[in-house]
Design a protein around this ligand. Sequence first.
Ligand code: PLP
Length: 401
Amino acid sequence: MNAQRDYADLVQRGLSLDLTRGKPSPRQLDLSDDMLRLPTSFRAADGTDTRNYGGLQGLPELRELFAPLVQVPAGQLVVGGNSSLALMHDTIVHALLTPVPGAARRWVEEPKVTFLCPVPGYDRHFTITERFGITMVPVPMNADGPDMDVVERLVATDASVKGMWCVPKYSNPSGVTYSAETVRRLAAMPAAAPDFRIFWDNAYAVHHLTDAPAELADLLALAAEHGNPDRVFVYASTSKVTLAGSGVSFFGSSPANVEWFLYNTSKQSIGPDKVNQLRHVEFLRDPEGVAAHMRRHAELIWPKFELVDRVLAKELGDLGTWSSPVGGYFISLEVPHAGEVVAKAKAAGIALTPAGATHPYGKDPDDRFIRIAPTFPGLDELEQAITGLAVCARLVADEHA
Ligand code: PLP
């Protein structure tokens, strides 16, 4: 195959395709159409008028519904607005300005605050920590989660390490689920900082694509068992369950952390959108209802993941390696000179997340990782985009041969 000729053909076609962000497709959003006709009543189970102010922690029935799914007792779960990312952002702001339980002082008073960042990871996590001048230290991801030898050493010896980003299930972008042993070590490891926190972003807790869902150990419970009850901040949302722009988000943690969180939140808001919370309860009903709804998503998404795998195997072969996740929203592709591949794709009308976005400060030292977000385009467009991406990777490999 002549890569140069294939690339010239590709550019000629004047494509305009976008594989940048992990957005649900319109057909996925249609699955929640009926939710927009709810709730049928504005009264919550305890008689609360959801139209009014108040209820900072969120409706108990919604917390009960999601408690088993996000592995947090309902009493320790808080429901937020539509964005869990906003909860993560605000938790960091709160920790900067109000000492977290166990902290000697506010993080803003620390000479240095460091977060461990498993890589490849989620760019928007890194954007938050970068914004607040928090030093980010990359930690390699293995097939069973972050390299725990590195994590344990850094957390035990460096008291500036106050936090760690984790996407423990169907990780963004590699699709990796942390093994039970990785989770146990995260729960048990000694920490030099008494106020060390794991930001457990379980964004893909229920986002299985096959009949063999990944199991994730319960970090919050394990940390308490190992004498570190306040170590874990759990986050999740229904952005990719119901509506990405109009879902509900969750924060869960130890009783002390939840009290701290609600204390801070009470300065921000008189109460969340409980009408939307009730709408979610009526629509999803129970964990089985969530599972049935997620199967409908999987029916739409799984063919896209299969297609990416098939096209890469055919068109790229051993010029790269890629993940084949059984859940979540992303595929991670590793090719040499990723930056050049992404630039060539852009010139051919195929938009990809910038190379390096998977790493803190946008710097992938090996220039290898490209994140593929296959959910939004239709199958035809996706096939064109991945075939085109493979052409770009072959061309770049030729140029460096
Ligand atoms: N966390 C992860 C790991 C994600 O991949 C995403 C979206 O892609 C989010 C959080 C965004 O969550 P939310 O829509 O609840 O803000």
